[in-house]
Design a binder for this molecule. Structure first.
Ligand SMILES: Cc1cc2nc3c(=O)[nH]c(=O)nc-3n(C[C@H](O)[C@H](O)[C@H](O)COP(=O)(O)OP(=O)(O)OC[C@H]3O[C@@H](n4cnc5c(N)ncnc54)[C@H](O)[C@@H]3O)c2cc1C
Length: 505
């Protein structure tokens, strides 16, 4: 007698980068995969808006740890370069400090050492030592706390990992660990700044997030041809090429489940699609509220990343010395971060980031013109109280931020000339939250503070429904393109382990 097993079917809710990665990995493991996306296109927060021939990435603007994408294509047996062309940026970015000094980040070690040395005598050699030490953190910390389904602080107490914990390289405050190497505040601020990439207060970040500046400085910073949205397009093409079905404009409103199993996906248009398992890629805390209609067991402990206020400019021209990426620091980073994260208000001196991707890829704007994006980290729901007492209406906030930005750019000799601004578009956190379905309008999802990291972050499996899983920024391991690609791989591993256990029982 021959028994032919029907292929297992998996439904993915959301076509963000994490949803696409999970779809690809599940398909490669022989599942029939259907992705349901409420928007009219895939990519989620990795999104692009086109206005008068200017292409603006409205989410990610830089790629680190490119090996995560490369590995995904390798697992699929495809040549990534047939889908995506990544360009290495060097120098990466320029930090502009309030006192007029500038610091360039680069992967060229001798230049980086010169930059650090110019801020603090001996810091050139220290950055070498810091990078060598972080290499251990990257290799071991990544393996123990990030790259596994059951991250466990106790498992790190193996003899070979003990030194990491003893040195406080994982859980100690980030600034404490940086203070062991550098005295100059600007250098510590620049290295700690990367925590803002995941919407986390650098002054609250644990030292494992040293992996971010380490990865940037040691492994390089990348930007794809066509902008960051090309990553979403490449993963979408790969998914379709290997047989994943993607249904856009299709919102999932819930599941039909009985006891501890779900049986079908319920669509807003009334459709009901049977499946053997489902993976929710929609923002986890929002999905609990609006798709599952229940409380997450850890909900009381949830806290959120900050929001992002975005400006997009179509420019006739930009200053010659404007780089692809630059960061503008306030006179006191600590005060600015305290006002943002602790007082929940727009700081009097916010830090902000300016990106001019047309410096790398001229096709992102009509011939000879430039696209410029400015991101200001802001509280997603700012308090109207406090010393600054800023009106909570976003358009007023936008005007105030724009005046401040103009002042700072002028001081740095990088003014965007009014006559060169062809148009300006703004997107506030509320608009992003509504578009992508983000709880609390938090641009980067659940916070990455110590109490929501590793074993304390919501797991990628539902606590009761045995065939319901999660992939994406608000589950393990966390936010950012490389991490959500990992989340797709990790959830697939968990599903395969569960299937194996079921087969044995
Ligand atoms: C302004 C900004 C800047 C950033 N910069 C960077 C950067 O430079 N580098 C970097 O690596 N990362 C960056 N990030 C983070 C990165 O964008 C995210 O971590 C990543 O894109 C999140 O992917 P995801 O798969 O978790 O989910 P999402 O992108 O949130 O996708 C989830 C999808 O689910 C869909 N969905 C929701 N509800 C439903 C439903 N009921 N039915 C069907 N579909 C549903 C949504 O429409 C969405 O498409 C940035 C993020 C923001 C917002």
């Amino acid at each position: 007698m021959t028994r032919i097993n029907k292929k297992q079917s998996a439904a993915i809710v959301g076509a963000g980068i994490g949803g696409l990665a999970a779809a690809i990995d599940l398909r490669l493991n022989d599942f029939e995969v259907t992705v349901f996306e409420k928007l009219d296109k895939t990519g989620g927060r990795c999104h692009q808006t086109v206005i008068d021939g200017f292409k603006f990435d409205t989410g990610p603007s830089m790629l680190m740890m490119k090996e995560e994408i490369e590995n995904l294509f390798e697992r699929a047996g495809r040549d990534m370069t047939d889908y995506l062309k990544l360009n290495r940026l060097d120098p990466h970015s320029c930090f502009h400090f309030a006192d007029g000094r500038r610091l360039q980040f680069t992967s060229e070690r001798h230049k980086l050492k010169q930059e650090f040395e110019s801020f603090q005598k001996g810091a050139g050699d220290t950055i070498d030592r810091w990078l060598a030490d972080q290499n251990l953190l990257y290799e071991v910390g990544m393996q123990q706390f990030i790259d596994r389904n059951s991250p466990n602080y106790l498992s790190a107490f193996k003899p070979d990992n003990l030194s990491l914990l003893l040195k406080g390289m994982v859980t100690a405050p980030l600034y404490t660990s940086l203070g062991r190497y550098f005295q100059e505040k600007s250098l510590k601020d620049a290295l700690a700044f990367s925590s803002l990439y995941i919407g986390l207060n650098p002054y609250e970040a644990p030292s494992i997030y040293n992996v971010l500046p380490y990865a940037e400085l040691n492994k390089g910073l990348y930007f794809p041809d066509g902008g960051m949205y090309s990553i979403a397009q490449a993963l979408t093409s790969l998914a379709l090429d290997i047989g994943v079905e993607i249904k856009c404009d299709t919102r999932v409103k819930g599941f039909r489940s009985e006891d501890d199993r779900l049986y079908s996906v319920l669509l807003e248009d009334g459709g009901k699609i049977e499946c053997d398992l489902a993976v929710i890629n929609a923002d986890l805390p929002e999905a609990y509220e609006s798709i599952l209609n229940e409380k997450h067991p850890l909900e009381e402990k949830f806290s959120y990343s900050c929001g992002a206020y975005l400006f997009f400019f179509g420019m006739e021209n930009v200053p010659e010395n404007l780089m692809h990426h630059q960061v503008f620091m306030p006179s006191c980073f600590e005060t600015s971060m305290h006002q943002l994260f602790e007082e929940n208000r727009i700081s009097e001196e916010p830090t902000f980031y300016l990106c001019c991707p047309t410096k790398t890829d001229s096709t992102l704007a009509p011939s000879g013109k430039h696209a410029v994006t400015i991101l200001v980290p802001v509280p997603s729901k700012p308090s109207t109280k406090g010393a600054c007492d800023i009106d909570s209406r976003w358009d007023r906030i936008g005007d105030q931020l724009f005046s401040y930005i103009k002042e700072k750019l002028a001081k740095a000799n990088l003014s965007l000339d009014e006559k060169d601004i062809l148009f300006q578009i703004r997107i506030n956190p509320e608009e992003q939250g509504q578009r992508f379905g983000l709880k609390n309008d938090a641009a980067f999802g659940l916070s990455h503070k110590l109490s929501l990291m590793g074993p304390l972050r919501p797991r990628n499996k539902h606590h009761r429904i045995k065939n319901l899983y999660f992939a994406g920024a608000s589950t393990h391991p966390g936010n950012g393109i490389p991490m959500v690609i990992k989340s797709g791989r990790l959830v697939t591993q968990r599903i395969l382990q569960d299937r194996m256990k079921e087969a044995i029982n």
